[in-house]
Design a protein around this ligand. Structure first.
Ligand code: LLP
Length: 421
């Protein structure tokens, strides 16, 4: 459920008509709903209620400071994967003891920065990284709390590019090597083992792969404890999928996910961390665009929008589906016609949907891409020298521009011309 609904025939974000925002800031723009962000965060809080837990928002999915501050104020932790994301969490006022640091390629500088400013734990992804972290922490006279990310060799049955828990994926250490690496960790200076981490992929629409992975983690917890390690925390990663179409998709609910966690891991007396991104942010955001042309092609018509693949890359990159709906509600369903919905970028990959049934839309009319909050703005670029589009946050009847549209000068003047030119 989200808070983008038609009222009086106009699509609203909470209590604000999107036509009003479009008139004020122009199109295209991203628009997020505070109520949906809050609701989705709360669903996880409720799902894990009664267990010692921390919900760490995966910043990579939507990293605007206003969003992070909204969630941080509700008590969320943050999952970061770079020094830049760490600084965003910091700038949003989230204390270090609520920040977990994931990622396969942490640099010494990133480690040192996090150790100096405070960190809940590093999710270490290799023996090589572990040794470097021990060295960095020792040089700083600090102790790095760590989990080891374990690769359980479970197929998440999701899109090839976002499955991360199979042995051929670059993530984590093979579960069979875990005991040896934990044994090494116990001997290293500057390292304190606190738990185990696992993340098998994103947009999972079935609980079975999660359960298979968590069962292996439960067994490993017992083994590691028998080896004498302190395993007091399990970080279960993110990955719970969302419905991208309104009709036929019913991914598991956070309550079902929470119940499964309780069943598989509840008797281990551990603190549970999860790192959801998409489920919190995905349906809390839309992208609003205008029609530039309805171009009549040979055998098919093209609806050409002012948004493009540089603004929302998911359809081009993963073949992802986003529902696209008119901001002014269609009067009848009967006059819908199939069109290819495309952007102005100079490649055929800049196609959002093929032969999608749409009501008649004239140039200047507005459409909204649903479920665009996660992996939307964060993956955008200035390809074709198209300015990054604004982000707007709505809260009841108020809205604020939380990232303005840069001017062309802002963009172009970031380049510097060398003296010989
Ligand atoms: N934790 C780790 C270690 C991750 O790598 C990810 C996502 C998450 C948590 C959050 O997963 P979520 O709950 O959002 O599924 N750009 C792709 C998705 C990439 C996901 C990368 N890792 C897309 O647009 O579908």
């Amino acid at each position: 459920m989200d808070h983008f609904l038609y009222r009086g025939g106009i699509l609203h974000a909470e209590d604000v008509p999107l036509t009003e925002i479009a008139a004020a800031v122009g199109t295209p723009f991203y628009c997020y709903s505070t109520a949906t962000l809050t609701r989705h965060f709360q669903l996880f809080q409720d799902a894990l209620a009664g267990m010692d837990h921390l919900v760490c928002f995966a910043i990579k999915s939507l990293s605007n400071q206003a969003v992070l501050r909204t969630l941080g104020k509700l008590g969320a932790g943050m999952d970061v994967v770079s020094g830049g994301e760490y600084r965003r969490a910091q700038a949003a006022g989230v204390p270090g003891d609520r920040i977990v640091f994931s990622g396969v390629g942490k640099t010494r500088d990133e480690m040192a920065y996090a150790l100096t400013h405070g960190i809940r734990q590093f999710n270490v992804e290799s023996a090589e990284e572990l040794r470097v972290l021990a060295d960095v922490a020792s040089c700083l006279g600090k102790t790095a709390p760590i989990t080891l990310r374990v690769n359980p060799d479970v197929d998440a049955k999701t899109h090839e590019k976002i499955a991360t828990g199979r042995k051929e994926d670059k993530f984590g250490v093979p579960i069979a090597s875990a005991r040896a690496i934990y044994a090494e960790a116990a001997t290293l200076p500057g390292i304190e083992v606190v738990g185990i981490d696992v993340h098998i992929g994103s947009q999972l629409t079935d609980l079975a792969p999660f359960e298979a992975a968590f069962t292996k983690i439960a067994d490993l917890t017992r083994e590691l404890r028998a080896d004498g390690h302190v395993i007091r925390r399990l970080d279960l990663g993110g990955g719970l999928g969302i419905p991208y179409t309104r009709s036929n998709e019913t991914p598991p609910l956070p309550t079902e996910y929470g119940a499964m966690i309780r069943r598989v891991l509840g008797d281990l007396d551990v603190e549970i961390e999860i790192e959801p991104g998409r489920l919190i942010a995905g349906n809390a955001g839309i992208l609003v665009a205008s029609v530039i042309y309805l171009k009549q092609g040979e055998g098919r018509d093209f609806l050409i929008l002012d948004a493009a693949m540089n603004d929302l890359i998911r359809p081009a990159m993963y073949g992802a589906h986003h529902d696209i709906i008119p901001v002014i509600e269609a009067q009848t369903a009967s006059d819908q016609r199939p069109v290819d919905i495309v952007g102005p970028v100079c490649e055929s990959g800049d196609t959002f949907a093929r032969q999608r049934a749409m009501p008649p839309l004239a140039p200047g009319e507005l459409v909204a891409f649903r479920s665009a909050g996660a992996y939307g703005a964060v993956m955008s670029s200035e390809y074709n020298t198209r300015p990054m589009i604004p982000e707007i946050l709505v809260h009841e009847d108020q809205y604020a521009v939380i990232r303005p549209r840069p001017s062309f000068d802002d963009m172009i003047n970031r380049d510097t011309v060398p003296p010989w030119l």
